[in-house]
Ligand binder design. Structure first.
Ligand code: F6P
Length: 341
């Protein structure tokens, strides 16, 4: 069998572990040939690729980023590119393509699959917001990085008697904010699923200082917004791909809390550091299992599917289901954080 693999969308710790696993299973165990497309869908649309043998994936298990590169593609570019993708698959005599990516990539994978191309998707996102799988690799690493940062920020906040507003990733969902905030004992957690009321947030932080505490840590997901009319808020507009640009919620909240509380407040934006570097053991294991199961699905001819973790088992779910719904933080989980606004 000949298999193509690509990584698309924002990078994520564990991508290399999937690529390695695909090559090990396909080339090492089945005697297949594997090619890697460069820079995600761009590589497939332009036929830009290289062969991947066992040597090509040596020593990449623990490496961050992706050896294949990644890119974002506008949905219309891909819609127009279906026939080009079909031509390249035929020219390279590929029997299957395994795109590894998040929501946008899986939507694109479904588009190609609906057009009859042999696709098996592998989900990735540090945001952990794909509903069809219990977990995605990259999340555990991102939460670990954010937690370590929060632990460090506590000591400097206390020294200066400051309020630190720490912005973590999470475009539509607050999983990183919730888990890192809980792990580090944050005093308030703000997630996109629940527009926040700045009066409530001020009261929570204010009570801490009244009780004699010397600092406060507020964790906020980058996609969080205030309740309508709760405070002046500038949105960030959209980027060239039509994605919402982040508004700088931590910066705007810091200004507002400092004004209301009369305490020094500082924004800290963790940004892409949460996506960089070596994956945790958990993420390497999940990524490796996904890669192996994607190859097995291709060998069984189960196309139009995505690998998913359900409980402790890896299963396949239709790509249609995979892109249908985001996994948001439910109220009961948020309530468990013990720092409810
Ligand atoms: O979806 C993963 C993610 O890291 C989000 O948490 C974040 O909002 C987004 O990607 C950032 O994308 P970019 O790398 O294009 O700035």
């Amino acid at each position: 069998m000949r298999i193509g693999v690509l990584t698309s969308g924002g990078d994520c710790p564990g991508l290399n572990a999937v690529i390695r696993s695909v090559v090990h299973r396909a080339v090492g165990d089945h005697g297949d040939e594997v090619v890697g497309f460069h820079d995600g869908w761009r590589g497939l649309l332009e036929g830009d690729h290289r062969p991947l043998d066992l040597d090509a994936v040596a020593h990449i298990l623990a490496a961050g980023g992706t050896i294949l590169g990644s890119s974002r593609v506008r949905p219309e570019q891909l819609r127009d590119g279906v026939e080009r993708a079909r031509e390249h698959l035929a020219r390279l005599r590929l029997d299957a393509v395994i795109p590894i990516g998040g929501e946008g990539t899986l939507k694109a994978a479904r588009l190609l699959s609906d057009a009859g191309l042999p696709v098996v998707g592998v989900p990735k996102t540090i945001d952990n917001d794909i509903a069809a799988t219990d977990a995605t690799f990259g999340f555990d690493t991102a939460v670990g990085v954010a937690t370590e940062a929060l632990d460090r920020l506590k000591t400097t906040a206390e020294s200066h008697q400051r309020v630190l507003i720490v912005e973590v990733m999470g475009r539509h969902t607050g999983w990183i904010a919730l888990h890192a905030g809980m792990a580090a004992g944050a005093h308030a957690i703000v997630v996109p699923e629940r527009p926040f009321d700045v009066d409530e947030l001020t009261a929570v932080v204010g009570k801490r200082f009244e009780a004699g505490k010397r600092f406060a840590i507020v964790v906020v997901a980058e996609g969080a917004k205030p309740r309508e009319g709760s405070m002046p808020f500038e949105t960030g507009g959209t980027d060239v791909y039509g994605h919402e640009r982040f508004a700088g919620v931590a910066r705007q909240l810091a200004v507002e809390l400092e004004r209301r509380l009369g305490k020094e407040a500082r924004p800290v934006i963790l940004g892409h550091v949460q996506r960089g570097g070596t994956p945790t053991a958990y993420d390497r294991v999940l990524a490796t299992r996904f890669g192996r199961h994607a190859v097995e699905a291709a060998h069984r001819g189960e196309f139009g599917m995505m690998t998913a973790l359900r409980g402790t088992e890896i299963t396949l779910v239709p790509l249609a289901e995979a892109v249908a719904r985001l996994k948001t933080v439910p109220d009961e989980r948020y309530a468990e954080s013990e720092c409810v606004l």
